[in-house]
Design a protein around this ligand. Structure first.
Ligand code: HEC
Length: 156
């Protein structure tokens, strides 16, 4: 029975990997009735994500307006306002429930706003701002096409 500990470790590793997949990579999800993946959150977690989303939208509006009028300082500030996110400011429960793809795409969106803000500050020509914003907004469109947020059972 020399192999027994090895089999046991292998089984445990598989269980651990499955647990990590279910709760770390996959997040707390179910199939939504509109074909999208529904992420199940508590009410306060959902409110937090939606508030972040409204911040994105506000920045997009400010950047378009400032880029149109040539107000580069405002454009840069509007991008940088949503350009930094600290994972440690997010509740661990939210990090666990959001699927890996959502976390990755979300972080990438913040990173792109940050880069855009810094580039505008560094003298990015006015006509380059909208193309960059158009590219960045593929993240918004892509994530919204695949995911929605719903309240978890008993979520309040
Ligand atoms: C990583 C995924 C992801 C990215 C990236 C993302 N969103 Fe969202 N957003 C969501 C989800 C999920 C919802 C909830 C949609 C639902 O439940 O139908 C949402 C909701 C919203 C809402 C509704 C807010 C409310 O109060 O109801 C707005 C506005 C919004 N997003 C704007 C944006 C903009 C603008 C961008 C890009 C700059 C963006 N989002 C990028 C996932 C994302």
């Amino acid at each position: 029975m020399k192999w027994f500990p090895w089999v046991l470790s292998a089984v445990l590793a598989i269980i651990l990997a499955a647990g990590f997949y279910l709760f770390g990579l996959r997040g707390a999800v179910q199939q939504g009735d509109d074909g999208r993946t529904s992420v199940l959150l508590s009410s306060s977690e959902r409110n937090q994500v939606l508030a972040e989303m409204r911040g994105f939208l506000e920045s997009v509006q400010d950047i378009i307006e400032a880029a149109t009028t040539g107000d580069m300082k405002t454009a840069s500030e509007a991008a940088l306002r949503v350009g930094r996110v600290d994972l440690k400011d997010l509740p661990p429960s939210l990090l666990r429930k959001l699927p890996m793809e959502v976390k990755t795409l979300g972080l990438d969106t913040h990173r792109k706003f940050y880069q855009l803000g810094m580039d505008i500050k560094g003298g990015l020509p006015q006509e380059k701002i909208l193309p960059r914003l158009t590219d960045l907004m593929n993240n918004c469109v892509g994530c919204h096409a695949g995911y929605r947020l719903d309240l978890e059972p008993g979520g309040k």
